[in-house]
Design a protein around this ligand. Structure first.
Ligand code: PGA
Length: 251
């Protein structure tokens, strides 16, 4: 049985104090969530250590939003996967469309990041998703297929089994426009099929595939009811403890 997961991507939001308070509120509210739902939060780098301390003894796992594609050394401004693990992270989001779009991350960079994260014991939350023009041109399967082939499929089966995938159509991120459960469901099934063709059905059946893009308490239940949608990667709605937990209660 694959895991049901709700992960909060805080992006570049919250000052340290606010982030600490949000984490405390989430810890408190998380007691009401079903035991078989994995909860992850991804605060900004500067908050990781202190939020990690707040999460200690709770059920909530800590993720970073990015890591360097190099191990260590003279890379001013970068944060390594090893540093994240030493600060208490178990996960790292990689390949988010905002990183691809605004910081020029391509599949080559992402292969290095995926490998380095895994070598340091982090589980990547690997994001894929098409832009609006690709969706409108009917090329969404092709785009997502390519993103998988060029980066994820450079990993061994053993490595891939540690990855969580997030399908996030760029046109739905932060726009209030959610993919319908039908649109999301068919891409999730496509992703699982691609993984099964490459790594075999047992591997594909074990990998959690999350939906992201304006997921909120009012639409999560319908999305999560689809057979290949195993949870959500939540941006805006993860900044309010009550909404984040309400989404986790949608399974
Ligand atoms: P959103 O962001 O929920 O605010 O649309 C999702 C994401 O980018 O991970």
């Amino acid at each position: 049985m694959r895991k049901k997961i709700v992960a909060g991507n805080w992006k570049m939001n919250t000052l340290l104090q606010d982030g600490e308070n949000l984490a405390k509120d989430i810890v408190k509210a998380s007691e009401a969530v079903r035991d078989d739902v994995t909860l992850i939060i991804a605060p900004p780098f500067t908050h990781l250590h202190s939020v990690g301390m707040i999460l200690e003894g709770s059920r909530i796992l800590l993720s970073a939003q990015n890591c360097a594609d190099m191990d260590k050394g003279a890379y001013t401004g970068e944060v390594s996967a090893g540093m994240l693990a030493s600060a208490g992270c178990s996960h790292v989001i990689l390949g988010h469309s905002e990183r691809r779009e605004y910081y020029g991350e391509n599949s080559g960079t992402l292969v290095r990041k995926l490998r380095i994260a895994l070598e340091n014991g982090l589980s990547p939350v690997f994001c894929v998703g098409e832009r609006l023009e690709e969706r409108e041109a009917g090329r969404h399967f092709e785009t997502v297929g390519r993103q998988l082939e060029e980066a994820l499929f450079a990993l061994t089966r053993e490595q891939v089994e540690k990855v969580i995938i997030a399908y996030e159509p760029v046109w739905a991120i932060g726009t209030g426009k959610t993919a319908t459960s039908g649109q999301a469901g068919e891409i999730h099934s496509f992703i699982r099929k691609k993984i099964s063709e490459k790594y075999g059905q047992p591997t594909a059946d074990g990998i959690s595939i999350l939906y992201g893009g304006s997921c909120k308490p009012s639409n999560a239940a319908e999305l999560f009811s689809m057979p290949d949608i195993d949870g959500g990667l939540i941006g805006g709605a993860s900044l309010k403890a009550a909404d984040f937990i309400a989404i986790a209660n949608c399974f």
